[in-house]
Design a protein around this ligand. Structure first.
Ligand SMILES: [Fe+2]
Ligand SMILES: [Fe+2]
Length: 165
């Protein structure tokens, strides 16, 4: 499995938590693969539950950003100039990967022996893709997009408090 750099300097705690959980789930998958035989049903179900839970947490996180934060940036910069459409496109890309992961998990349950490994391989690829996409998304949010949004929020508050002369 390709190693993806996940340096977390300057990232917010919620983002670090998401990346840490994803790393744990990927490690769990690698350990199951290294064990050689197809994992036992309960081990696979445990990974399945962990990934579904992570998928829900990540969806809640993205929905929260879209509801609470993106409108502020759109308001401040005007919808045509706002970078939220790029960030939203990344959310959609992440959602597609999550959907594929859920599909593979649903199809893999109950599959045994040699028939199991193609699902394992596909899930490894998807978790690798999710890690690199989410890491890059989170870095651009914390280093570029959120500081910009905070500047806009700050300006909005100042504008409200100090009437124009
Ligand atoms: Fe996001
Ligand atoms: Fe985020």
């Amino acid at each position: 499995m390709a190693e993806v750099r996940t340096g977390k300097a300057g990232l917010c705690p919620e983002h670090i938590g998401l990346l840490d959980t994803l790393e744990e789930l990927r490690s769990k998958l690698v350990r199951l693969g290294l064990a050689g035989d197809a994992p036992r049903e309960n081990e696979w179900q445990s990974l399945n539950r962990g990934l579904r839970c992570f998928s829900r947490d990540l969806e809640d996180h993205m929905s929260g950003e879209e509801t609470n934060f993106f409108p502020v940036v759109d308001w401040g910069l005007g919808a045509a100039e706002s970078p939220t459409r790029f960030v939203l496109a990344e959310h959609q890309q992440i959602r597609r990967i999550l959907q594929d992961i859920r599909k593979v998990l649903a199809l893999s349950l109950g599959v045994v022996e040699d028939q199991f490994w193609p699902y394992f391989g596909r899930l490894s690829e998807l978790l690798s893709a999710l890690t690199s996409t989410l890491t890059s998304h989170i870095r651009s949010e914390d280093h570029i997009f959120f500081p910009l949004g905070q500047q806009i929020l700050h300006r909005r508050m100042v504008d409200k408090q100090i009437p124009a002369q």
